[in-house]
Ligand binder design. Sequence first.
Ligand code: HEM
Length: 399
Amino acid sequence: MTTDLQPVVYSPYAYEIHEDPYPVYARLRAEAPVYRNEELDFWALSRHEDVLAAFRNLDGFSNAQGVSLEPSAFGPEAHKFMSFLALDPPRHTRMRSLVGKGFTPSKVAAMEEHIRAIALEHLEPALERGSFDFIADFAGKLPMDVISELVGVPRVDRAEIRRLADVVVHREDGVLDVPPAGMEAAMALVGYYQGMVDERRASRRDDLTSALLDAEIDGDKLTDDEIIAFLFLMVVAGNETTTKLLGNAWYWGWRHPGERTKPFTDGDRVVSWIEETLRYDTSSQMLLRVTRAPIELHGTTIPEGERVLLLVGSANRDESVFPDADRYDLDRDTSRLVSFGSGRHFCMGAPLARLEARVALGELVRRVDTYDVEPSGIERVHSINVRGLAALPTTVTLR
Ligand code: HEM
């Protein structure tokens, strides 16, 4: 328990929170499990059991205004860019089922060798140089190129698509909404995907866009706009999050040499490296909901129509579920992490994100003997919901 006399204050916009949110999360869990921020007009849930219950309570909590506090991403239009992530049942159920017909586990599993080829394309020149930026030269490139490969963007266009996707998610320090350049890049991406859908309609290929065009349940099919919104959702939901997962694993491994030794001496331990990083410092720190009915919790009532942040990053550090939760420990049981959400909106890309991380970090441990990071060059991303690094200068010694 804390001895602080001031009531705990939490704002996802605060730079101190971007630097290290975990002490504030610990106070929220202990002192204000149903936290209210009047100024920014939101509530926040921070305990594991409450976050998990809210993810699963579709009658109590709605996704229909989107899942982000960012002003331009919040509201009834959110589904135009965020597809079924920003829909409730029955519209969510219909869209997710149709997309599930195309985006199948076997399609993801079949990506492994493609992912390896893309990873090595970026990794080999970096490793040859010996010094490189782990984010700019590797982790920032792989996830978007994998999405492009999956949906069918030809190789020649991938660098430009990656550039546009970067502009969509990029935020200058202090800018906490989507800037005009981000909006323009989003429109350009949508235009590109529209062209791709038109081409595939005329002639199918072996890619996800073609599979989505053919997806059908009882005669019901996806419209062009729905396919494009889903392709765009993958950029928003699957790109930056996976980049940050890779960077966070590399960073926390560097900070904990004793733990790092485990995957570097036994390649099978790469999976524990990924899972513990997902738990300890997840890239997607919070998801927004809007209450559909009054919610009574720990003696407080959240009225209907209120914005509630589900603090995933805090739930993953809840001592009642993860003993000694602030310790980065590759030997712990991580099975109850909530980094991919839970229930009906559970991350559809979780198997792909895990596969990418296993291939990428697996190739690194196979080639690299030791590595070091230059602390003065580390830069953190300032974002209200994504946690991770923008720069991570690395030097490697190869095996
Ligand atoms: C480490 C990487 C990732 C993390 C931490 C992550 C996290 C999440 C979380 C927490 C949700 C639930 C959102 C909510 O309940 O409001 C979600 C949903 C989603 N994610 Fe991921 N994600 C990752 C990678 C990916 C990838 C690689 C893809 C696909 C290419 C993807 C596609 C999706 C989709 C389509 C949804 C919406 C599911 C629905 O609303 O039914 N994600 N993700």
